[in-house]
Design a protein around this ligand. Structure first.
Ligand SMILES: [Zn+2]
Length: 474
Protein backbone atom coordinates (compact mmCIF):
# COMPACT_ATOMS: atom_id res chain seq x y z
CA UNK A 1 0.00 0.00 0.00
CA UNK A 2 1.41 3.32 -1.01
CA UNK A 3 2.05 5.60 1.92
CA UNK A 4 0.43 8.49 0.11
CA UNK A 5 -2.98 6.82 0.12
CA UNK A 6 -4.98 8.72 2.67
CA UNK A 7 -7.98 6.89 3.94
CA UNK A 8 -10.56 7.64 6.57
CA UNK A 9 -11.32 5.01 9.13
CA UNK A 10 -14.62 5.87 10.74
CA UNK A 11 -15.23 5.36 14.42
CA UNK A 12 -18.58 3.70 13.97
CA UNK A 13 -17.16 0.18 14.27
CA UNK A 14 -19.99 -1.15 16.37
CA UNK A 15 -22.77 0.22 14.17
CA UNK A 16 -21.29 -1.73 11.32
CA UNK A 17 -20.58 -4.98 13.09
CA UNK A 18 -19.93 -7.61 10.45
CA UNK A 19 -21.37 -11.12 10.12
CA UNK A 20 -21.29 -13.47 13.08
CA UNK A 21 -19.48 -16.77 12.86
CA UNK A 22 -21.32 -20.04 13.33
CA UNK A 23 -21.53 -21.56 16.78
CA UNK A 24 -19.06 -24.31 17.44
CA UNK A 25 -20.16 -27.91 17.82
CA UNK A 26 -18.69 -30.18 20.49
CA UNK A 27 -16.85 -32.07 17.78
CA UNK A 28 -16.45 -31.61 14.05
CA UNK A 29 -15.39 -34.69 12.12
CA UNK A 30 -14.35 -35.08 8.50
CA UNK A 31 -14.33 -38.56 7.05
CA UNK A 32 -12.81 -39.89 3.83
CA UNK A 33 -10.52 -36.91 3.39
CA UNK A 34 -7.17 -36.70 1.57
CA UNK A 35 -4.87 -34.80 3.90
CA UNK A 36 -2.10 -32.88 2.13
CA UNK A 37 1.10 -32.56 4.14
CA UNK A 38 2.62 -29.19 3.34
CA UNK A 39 5.82 -30.39 5.03
CA UNK A 40 6.72 -32.74 2.17
CA UNK A 41 3.82 -32.97 -0.28
CA UNK A 42 2.73 -36.43 0.75
CA UNK A 43 -0.98 -37.16 0.75
CA UNK A 44 -2.63 -39.36 3.35
CA UNK A 45 -5.75 -40.71 1.67
CA UNK A 46 -9.04 -41.75 3.23
CA UNK A 47 -8.34 -40.10 6.57
CA UNK A 48 -10.58 -39.02 9.41
CA UNK A 49 -9.90 -35.62 10.93
CA UNK A 50 -11.38 -34.83 14.33
CA UNK A 51 -11.72 -31.28 15.62
CA UNK A 52 -12.58 -30.36 19.19
CA UNK A 53 -12.71 -26.93 20.81
CA UNK A 54 -11.21 -25.28 17.76
CA UNK A 55 -8.18 -27.57 17.61
CA UNK A 56 -7.36 -30.62 15.53
CA UNK A 57 -7.50 -33.47 18.04
CA UNK A 58 -6.81 -36.36 15.69
CA UNK A 59 -5.84 -37.26 12.14
CA UNK A 60 -6.07 -41.00 11.62
CA UNK A 61 -7.24 -43.81 9.39
CA UNK A 62 -10.01 -44.96 11.70
CA UNK A 63 -13.61 -45.93 11.31
CA UNK A 64 -14.87 -45.10 14.81
CA UNK A 65 -15.23 -41.40 15.33
CA UNK A 66 -17.06 -41.25 18.64
CA UNK A 67 -20.62 -40.40 19.50
CA UNK A 68 -22.55 -37.70 21.26
CA UNK A 69 -25.26 -35.09 20.83
CA UNK A 70 -23.34 -32.27 19.37
CA UNK A 71 -21.17 -33.85 16.71
CA UNK A 72 -21.07 -32.58 13.15
CA UNK A 73 -19.85 -35.18 10.67
CA UNK A 74 -18.88 -34.16 7.15
CA UNK A 75 -18.22 -36.82 4.53
CA UNK A 76 -15.41 -35.14 2.63
CA UNK A 77 -15.74 -37.72 -0.12
CA UNK A 78 -12.15 -37.67 -1.31
CA UNK A 79 -11.67 -33.91 -1.13
CA UNK A 80 -8.20 -32.53 -0.39
CA UNK A 81 -7.56 -30.91 2.98
CA UNK A 82 -4.88 -28.24 3.33
CA UNK A 83 -4.13 -25.84 6.19
CA UNK A 84 -6.03 -22.55 6.13
CA UNK A 85 -4.23 -20.04 3.94
CA UNK A 86 -2.47 -16.92 5.17
CA UNK A 87 -2.27 -13.68 3.25
CA UNK A 88 0.85 -12.14 4.75
CA UNK A 89 0.38 -8.62 3.45
CA UNK A 90 -3.02 -6.97 3.74
CA UNK A 91 -4.56 -3.77 5.02
CA UNK A 92 -7.86 -4.57 6.62
CA UNK A 93 -8.70 -1.32 8.41
CA UNK A 94 -8.50 0.99 5.50
CA UNK A 95 -11.75 2.07 4.04
CA UNK A 96 -14.54 1.96 6.57
CA UNK A 97 -15.77 -0.55 9.14
CA UNK A 98 -18.72 -1.34 6.85
CA UNK A 99 -16.41 -2.40 4.07
CA UNK A 100 -13.73 -3.97 6.25
CA UNK A 101 -15.92 -6.14 8.44
CA UNK A 102 -18.86 -6.94 6.19
CA UNK A 103 -17.00 -7.15 2.90
CA UNK A 104 -13.28 -7.79 3.30
CA UNK A 105 -13.39 -10.38 6.07
CA UNK A 106 -16.06 -12.60 4.47
CA UNK A 107 -14.12 -12.44 1.19
CA UNK A 108 -11.06 -13.80 2.97
CA UNK A 109 -12.97 -16.66 4.57
CA UNK A 110 -14.80 -17.48 1.31
CA UNK A 111 -11.40 -17.80 -0.37
CA UNK A 112 -9.95 -20.11 2.28
CA UNK A 113 -7.85 -17.41 3.91
CA UNK A 114 -8.15 -17.96 7.63
CA UNK A 115 -5.23 -15.78 8.69
CA UNK A 116 -3.81 -12.45 7.57
CA UNK A 117 -0.91 -10.30 8.61
CA UNK A 118 -2.22 -6.78 8.66
CA UNK A 119 0.60 -4.55 7.48
CA UNK A 120 -0.62 -1.20 8.65
CA UNK A 121 -3.78 0.37 9.91
CA UNK A 122 -5.37 1.92 12.96
CA UNK A 123 -4.09 -0.26 15.81
CA UNK A 124 -7.07 0.36 18.12
CA UNK A 125 -9.59 -0.66 15.46
CA UNK A 126 -7.55 -3.73 14.54
CA UNK A 127 -6.92 -4.87 18.11
CA UNK A 128 -10.65 -4.62 18.80
CA UNK A 129 -11.39 -6.76 15.74
CA UNK A 130 -8.72 -9.28 16.58
CA UNK A 131 -10.37 -9.88 19.94
CA UNK A 132 -13.86 -10.09 18.46
CA UNK A 133 -12.71 -12.61 15.84
CA UNK A 134 -10.90 -14.77 18.41
CA UNK A 135 -13.85 -14.69 20.81
CA UNK A 136 -16.34 -15.62 18.08
CA UNK A 137 -18.19 -12.29 17.88
CA UNK A 138 -17.01 -11.50 14.37
CA UNK A 139 -16.38 -13.71 11.35
CA UNK A 140 -12.95 -13.08 9.96
CA UNK A 141 -9.43 -14.39 9.53
CA UNK A 142 -7.00 -14.56 12.44
CA UNK A 143 -5.19 -11.24 12.61
CA UNK A 144 -1.48 -10.76 13.08
CA UNK A 145 -0.89 -7.05 13.52
CA UNK A 146 1.96 -4.86 12.42
CA UNK A 147 0.06 -1.91 13.87
CA UNK A 148 0.63 1.62 12.62
CA UNK A 149 3.00 2.62 9.82
CA UNK A 150 6.30 4.04 10.96
CA UNK A 151 7.11 6.71 8.41
CA UNK A 152 8.81 10.03 7.83
CA UNK A 153 6.52 13.06 7.82
CA UNK A 154 3.43 13.48 9.97
CA UNK A 155 1.57 11.25 12.42
CA UNK A 156 -2.10 10.35 12.05
CA UNK A 157 -4.43 7.64 13.35
CA UNK A 158 -2.52 4.95 11.49
CA UNK A 159 0.93 6.44 11.13
CA UNK A 160 3.62 7.27 13.68
CA UNK A 161 6.10 9.82 12.36
CA UNK A 162 9.70 8.78 13.01
CA UNK A 163 11.70 11.78 11.86
CA UNK A 164 14.38 11.39 14.53
CA UNK A 165 16.00 8.43 16.30
CA UNK A 166 14.19 9.50 19.44
CA UNK A 167 10.81 9.36 17.63
CA UNK A 168 11.82 5.93 16.37
CA UNK A 169 12.55 4.52 19.83
CA UNK A 170 9.31 5.91 21.22
CA UNK A 171 7.36 4.43 18.28
CA UNK A 172 8.79 0.95 18.91
CA UNK A 173 7.98 1.35 22.58
CA UNK A 174 4.36 2.30 21.74
CA UNK A 175 3.99 -0.70 19.41
CA UNK A 176 5.35 -3.01 22.09
CA UNK A 177 3.12 -1.55 24.81
CA UNK A 178 0.04 -2.01 22.63
CA UNK A 179 0.82 -5.72 22.30
CA UNK A 180 1.18 -5.59 18.52
CA UNK A 181 3.16 -8.31 16.76
CA UNK A 182 5.46 -6.30 14.51
CA UNK A 183 6.84 -2.89 13.80
CA UNK A 184 6.08 -1.83 10.20
CA UNK A 185 8.46 0.45 8.33
CA UNK A 186 7.70 2.53 5.24
CA UNK A 187 10.10 3.68 2.52
CA UNK A 188 10.66 7.27 3.64
CA UNK A 189 12.03 6.48 7.11
CA UNK A 190 15.29 8.42 7.58
CA UNK A 191 18.45 6.39 7.87
CA UNK A 192 19.27 7.20 11.51
CA UNK A 193 15.65 6.54 12.52
CA UNK A 194 15.81 3.17 10.76
CA UNK A 195 18.83 2.03 12.77
CA UNK A 196 17.23 3.32 15.96
CA UNK A 197 14.13 1.22 15.15
CA UNK A 198 16.35 -1.83 14.58
CA UNK A 199 18.20 -1.29 17.84
CA UNK A 200 15.10 -0.61 19.92
CA UNK A 201 13.22 -3.54 18.35
CA UNK A 202 16.01 -5.89 19.38
CA UNK A 203 15.99 -4.49 22.92
CA UNK A 204 12.21 -4.76 23.21
CA UNK A 205 12.05 -8.09 21.40
CA UNK A 206 9.50 -7.06 18.78
CA UNK A 207 10.48 -7.89 15.18
CA UNK A 208 10.49 -5.18 12.55
CA UNK A 209 9.29 -5.68 8.99
CA UNK A 210 8.26 -3.71 5.94
CA UNK A 211 9.90 -1.74 3.18
CA UNK A 212 13.64 -1.31 3.06
CA UNK A 213 13.81 2.51 3.16
CA UNK A 214 15.39 4.41 0.27
CA UNK A 215 18.16 5.50 2.61
CA UNK A 216 19.25 1.97 3.60
CA UNK A 217 20.68 -0.91 1.56
CA UNK A 218 19.20 -4.39 1.69
CA UNK A 219 22.53 -5.69 3.02
CA UNK A 220 22.31 -3.23 5.89
CA UNK A 221 18.68 -4.20 6.51
CA UNK A 222 19.65 -7.87 6.74
CA UNK A 223 22.48 -7.09 9.16
CA UNK A 224 20.13 -4.88 11.19
CA UNK A 225 17.76 -7.85 11.54
CA UNK A 226 14.75 -6.84 9.42
CA UNK A 227 12.57 -9.92 9.49
CA UNK A 228 10.60 -9.53 6.29
CA UNK A 229 11.03 -7.37 3.22
CA UNK A 230 7.89 -6.34 1.34
CA UNK A 231 7.52 -5.83 -2.41
CA UNK A 232 11.24 -6.68 -2.96
CA UNK A 233 12.01 -3.09 -1.92
CA UNK A 234 15.65 -2.27 -2.56
CA UNK A 235 16.54 -5.75 -3.83
CA UNK A 236 17.16 -4.85 -7.46
CA UNK A 237 19.22 -1.82 -6.49
CA UNK A 238 21.30 -4.02 -4.18
CA UNK A 239 22.17 -6.18 -7.23
CA UNK A 240 23.58 -3.20 -9.14
CA UNK A 241 27.32 -2.77 -9.58
CA UNK A 242 26.67 0.96 -9.00
CA UNK A 243 24.42 0.55 -5.98
CA UNK A 244 25.82 3.31 -3.75
CA UNK A 245 26.05 5.88 -6.50
CA UNK A 246 22.54 5.17 -7.79
CA UNK A 247 21.12 5.27 -4.25
CA UNK A 248 22.63 8.73 -3.77
CA UNK A 249 21.02 9.84 -7.02
CA UNK A 250 17.68 8.33 -5.95
CA UNK A 251 17.77 10.16 -2.62
CA UNK A 252 18.66 13.44 -4.33
CA UNK A 253 15.77 13.07 -6.80
CA UNK A 254 13.32 12.19 -4.01
CA UNK A 255 14.50 15.10 -1.85
CA UNK A 256 13.77 17.43 -4.76
CA UNK A 257 10.46 15.63 -5.45
CA UNK A 258 11.76 15.12 -8.97
CA UNK A 259 9.92 11.87 -9.65
CA UNK A 260 10.80 11.88 -13.32
CA UNK A 261 14.50 11.86 -12.45
CA UNK A 262 13.77 9.08 -9.96
CA UNK A 263 11.97 6.96 -12.60
CA UNK A 264 14.82 7.50 -15.04
CA UNK A 265 17.18 5.70 -12.67
CA UNK A 266 15.18 2.49 -13.11
CA UNK A 267 16.72 1.44 -16.45
CA UNK A 268 20.21 2.18 -15.06
CA UNK A 269 19.56 -0.04 -12.05
CA UNK A 270 18.50 -2.85 -14.38
CA UNK A 271 21.35 -2.40 -16.85
CA UNK A 272 23.96 -2.53 -14.07
CA UNK A 273 22.61 -5.81 -12.63
CA UNK A 274 25.65 -7.75 -11.49
CA UNK A 275 25.20 -11.55 -11.38
CA UNK A 276 27.89 -12.13 -8.77
CA UNK A 277 26.60 -9.38 -6.46
CA UNK A 278 23.06 -10.69 -6.87
CA UNK A 279 24.11 -14.23 -6.05
CA UNK A 280 26.00 -13.13 -2.93
CA UNK A 281 23.03 -11.03 -1.79
CA UNK A 282 20.54 -13.86 -2.30
CA UNK A 283 22.74 -16.26 -0.34
CA UNK A 284 22.89 -13.70 2.45
CA UNK A 285 19.07 -13.37 2.40
CA UNK A 286 18.71 -17.16 2.46
CA UNK A 287 21.22 -17.72 5.26
CA UNK A 288 19.83 -14.94 7.44
CA UNK A 289 16.25 -16.21 6.96
CA UNK A 290 15.13 -12.78 5.84
CA UNK A 291 11.66 -13.46 4.47
CA UNK A 292 10.47 -11.98 1.20
CA UNK A 293 6.87 -11.04 0.52
CA UNK A 294 7.14 -10.01 -3.14
CA UNK A 295 3.41 -9.14 -3.65
CA UNK A 296 3.79 -9.83 -7.37
CA UNK A 297 0.04 -9.52 -7.82
CA UNK A 298 0.17 -5.95 -6.46
CA UNK A 299 3.06 -4.91 -8.70
CA UNK A 300 1.27 -6.43 -11.66
CA UNK A 301 -2.01 -4.67 -10.79
CA UNK A 302 -0.16 -1.33 -10.60
CA UNK A 303 1.33 -1.95 -14.02
CA UNK A 304 -1.98 -2.86 -15.67
CA UNK A 305 -4.00 0.31 -15.24
CA UNK A 306 -4.12 0.72 -19.03
CA UNK A 307 -5.62 -2.76 -19.51
CA UNK A 308 -9.08 -2.38 -21.12
CA UNK A 309 -10.20 -5.63 -19.44
CA UNK A 310 -9.83 -4.17 -15.94
CA UNK A 311 -13.36 -2.85 -15.77
CA UNK A 312 -14.89 -6.15 -16.79
CA UNK A 313 -13.24 -8.13 -13.97
CA UNK A 314 -16.10 -10.21 -12.53
CA UNK A 315 -14.75 -9.72 -9.00
CA UNK A 316 -15.61 -6.03 -9.15
CA UNK A 317 -19.12 -6.96 -8.05
CA UNK A 318 -17.68 -7.48 -4.56
CA UNK A 319 -16.18 -4.00 -4.44
CA UNK A 320 -18.37 -1.25 -2.97
CA UNK A 321 -19.10 1.73 -5.23
CA UNK A 322 -17.10 4.17 -3.08
CA UNK A 323 -14.04 1.96 -3.43
CA UNK A 324 -14.68 1.34 -7.13
CA UNK A 325 -14.65 5.09 -7.61
CA UNK A 326 -11.09 5.14 -6.23
CA UNK A 327 -10.24 2.27 -8.58
CA UNK A 328 -11.46 4.11 -11.69
CA UNK A 329 -8.80 3.25 -14.31
CA UNK A 330 -9.10 6.70 -15.92
CA UNK A 331 -8.34 8.30 -12.54
CA UNK A 332 -5.47 5.92 -11.88
CA UNK A 333 -4.03 6.68 -15.30
CA UNK A 334 -4.41 10.41 -14.74
CA UNK A 335 -2.28 10.05 -11.59
CA UNK A 336 0.41 8.07 -13.38
CA UNK A 337 2.69 9.60 -15.98
CA UNK A 338 3.47 7.55 -19.13
CA UNK A 339 7.07 7.28 -17.89
CA UNK A 340 5.90 6.00 -14.53
CA UNK A 341 3.57 3.46 -16.13
CA UNK A 342 6.36 2.25 -18.42
CA UNK A 343 8.61 1.90 -15.37
CA UNK A 344 5.90 -0.07 -13.52
CA UNK A 345 5.61 -2.48 -16.44
CA UNK A 346 9.35 -3.02 -16.51
CA UNK A 347 9.35 -3.49 -12.75
CA UNK A 348 6.56 -6.09 -12.86
CA UNK A 349 8.38 -8.16 -15.50
CA UNK A 350 11.71 -7.71 -13.69
CA UNK A 351 10.27 -8.81 -10.35
CA UNK A 352 9.26 -12.18 -11.78
CA UNK A 353 12.83 -12.73 -13.00
CA UNK A 354 14.21 -11.53 -9.68
CA UNK A 355 12.04 -13.95 -7.69
CA UNK A 356 13.18 -16.80 -9.98
CA UNK A 357 16.81 -16.03 -9.26
CA UNK A 358 16.21 -15.57 -5.53
CA UNK A 359 14.19 -18.76 -5.39
CA UNK A 360 16.97 -20.79 -6.96
CA UNK A 361 19.37 -19.39 -4.34
CA UNK A 362 17.14 -20.66 -1.53
CA UNK A 363 15.53 -17.37 -0.43
CA UNK A 364 12.35 -17.88 1.59
CA UNK A 365 9.04 -16.48 0.41
CA UNK A 366 5.63 -15.78 1.84
CA UNK A 367 2.47 -15.08 -0.14
CA UNK A 368 0.98 -11.63 0.28
CA UNK A 369 -1.36 -9.61 -1.90
CA UNK A 370 -1.44 -6.04 -0.50
CA UNK A 371 -5.23 -5.96 -0.85
CA UNK A 372 -7.29 -3.87 -1.07
CA UNK A 373 -5.12 -1.63 -3.20
CA UNK A 374 -6.69 -1.01 -6.63
CA UNK A 375 -7.44 -4.27 -8.45
CA UNK A 376 -6.01 -6.36 -5.64
CA UNK A 377 -9.17 -8.18 -4.56
CA UNK A 378 -9.19 -9.27 -0.92
CA UNK A 379 -9.17 -13.06 -0.79
CA UNK A 380 -9.18 -13.74 -4.51
CA UNK A 381 -5.87 -12.08 -5.25
CA UNK A 382 -3.93 -14.33 -2.89
CA UNK A 383 -4.73 -17.18 -5.29
CA UNK A 384 -3.33 -15.06 -8.12
CA UNK A 385 -0.21 -14.49 -6.03
CA UNK A 386 0.22 -18.25 -5.57
CA UNK A 387 -0.04 -18.58 -9.35
CA UNK A 388 2.59 -15.84 -9.79
CA UNK A 389 4.91 -17.64 -7.38
CA UNK A 390 4.64 -20.78 -9.52
CA UNK A 391 5.37 -18.70 -12.62
CA UNK A 392 8.42 -17.41 -10.72
CA UNK A 393 9.98 -20.79 -10.08
CA UNK A 394 8.07 -22.32 -7.15
CA UNK A 395 6.55 -25.76 -7.39
CA UNK A 396 2.86 -25.91 -6.45
CA UNK A 397 3.94 -27.35 -3.07
CA UNK A 398 6.36 -24.48 -2.47
CA UNK A 399 3.68 -21.96 -3.42
CA UNK A 400 1.26 -23.63 -1.02
CA UNK A 401 3.95 -23.56 1.68
CA UNK A 402 4.33 -19.81 1.15
CA UNK A 403 0.77 -19.38 2.44
CA UNK A 404 0.76 -22.09 5.14
CA UNK A 405 3.98 -23.57 6.50
CA UNK A 406 6.15 -20.51 5.87
CA UNK A 407 3.92 -18.02 7.69
CA UNK A 408 3.86 -20.44 10.65
CA UNK A 409 7.67 -20.67 10.59
CA UNK A 410 7.97 -16.90 10.21
CA UNK A 411 5.65 -16.34 13.17
CA UNK A 412 7.53 -18.91 15.23
CA UNK A 413 4.26 -20.83 15.67
CA UNK A 414 4.75 -24.04 13.76
CA UNK A 415 3.25 -25.72 16.86
CA UNK A 416 -0.05 -23.94 16.22
CA UNK A 417 -0.49 -22.89 12.60
CA UNK A 418 0.20 -24.05 9.08
CA UNK A 419 -0.22 -27.82 9.33
CA UNK A 420 -3.05 -30.36 9.37
CA UNK A 421 -1.73 -32.11 12.47
CA UNK A 422 -2.98 -32.71 16.00
CA UNK A 423 -2.83 -29.75 18.41
CA UNK A 424 -2.88 -27.26 15.56
CA UNK A 425 -5.71 -24.75 15.28
CA UNK A 426 -8.58 -25.95 13.16
CA UNK A 427 -8.16 -23.50 10.28
CA UNK A 428 -8.53 -25.66 7.21
CA UNK A 429 -9.57 -25.66 3.58
CA UNK A 430 -11.19 -28.51 1.68
CA UNK A 431 -10.45 -28.51 -2.04
CA UNK A 432 -12.20 -30.26 -4.91
CA UNK A 433 -8.90 -31.12 -6.59
CA UNK A 434 -5.27 -31.70 -5.66
CA UNK A 435 -3.42 -28.36 -5.32
CA UNK A 436 -0.08 -30.12 -5.83
CA UNK A 437 -1.14 -31.01 -9.40
CA UNK A 438 -2.03 -27.40 -10.18
CA UNK A 439 -1.84 -24.52 -7.72
CA UNK A 440 -5.05 -23.07 -9.18
CA UNK A 441 -6.83 -25.98 -7.52
CA UNK A 442 -6.25 -24.12 -4.23
CA UNK A 443 -9.07 -21.85 -5.40
CA UNK A 444 -11.53 -24.72 -5.97
CA UNK A 445 -12.96 -24.56 -2.49
CA UNK A 446 -15.41 -27.15 -1.20
CA UNK A 447 -15.48 -25.89 2.37
CA UNK A 448 -13.56 -23.91 4.97
CA UNK A 449 -12.95 -24.46 8.66
CA UNK A 450 -12.25 -21.16 10.39
CA UNK A 451 -11.47 -21.23 14.08
CA UNK A 452 -13.01 -24.69 14.39
CA UNK A 453 -16.28 -23.90 12.60
CA UNK A 454 -17.26 -25.40 9.28
CA UNK A 455 -18.51 -23.34 6.34
CA UNK A 456 -19.74 -25.49 3.46
CA UNK A 457 -19.67 -24.40 -0.18
CA UNK A 458 -23.29 -23.35 0.26
CA UNK A 459 -22.40 -21.21 3.31
CA UNK A 460 -19.54 -19.62 1.38
CA UNK A 461 -21.80 -18.86 -1.59
CA UNK A 462 -24.31 -17.18 0.71
CA UNK A 463 -21.44 -15.17 2.19
CA UNK A 464 -20.38 -14.04 -1.28
CA UNK A 465 -23.95 -13.21 -2.32
CA UNK A 466 -24.31 -11.06 0.79
CA UNK A 467 -21.10 -9.21 0.00
CA UNK A 468 -22.26 -8.65 -3.57
CA UNK A 469 -25.58 -7.26 -2.37
CA UNK A 470 -23.90 -4.95 0.14
CA UNK A 471 -21.47 -3.72 -2.48
CA UNK A 472 -24.29 -2.95 -4.91
CA UNK A 473 -26.35 -1.10 -2.29
CA UNK A 474 -23.56 1.09 -1.09
ZN1 LIG B 1 0.99 -2.71 1.96
Amino acid sequence: MKASLTVCVCLTTFLWAGPKPKTRTEALIFTNVNVVSVRDGTIARGMTVVIKRGRISGVAKVGFVGQGHDIQIVNADGKYMVPGLWDMHVHSAFVSPAWDEKVIYPLYIANGITGVRDMGGDPDVLENRRQRIESGDLLGPRLILAGPFLAGGKSDRQTIAVNTPEDARQAVDAVKKQGLDFVKILSNVPRDSYFAIADESAKQNVPFVGHVPYSVSVREAVTAGQKSIEHLTGVLLACSSREDELRTQELTALAKRDYLAYEKLGPQIISTYDQARARALFLQLAQSHTWQVPTLVWTEANSRIDDPDLESDPRLKYVPASVRAQWDPAKLRANTSPEELAALKTEAARDVELVKAMHSAGVRFMAGSDGPDPYVFPGFSLHDELDWLVKSGSTPLQALQSATLNPALFLGRIDKYGLVEPEHVADLVLLDANPLDDIRNAGKIFGVVANGKYYSRKDLDIMLQRVEKLASQE
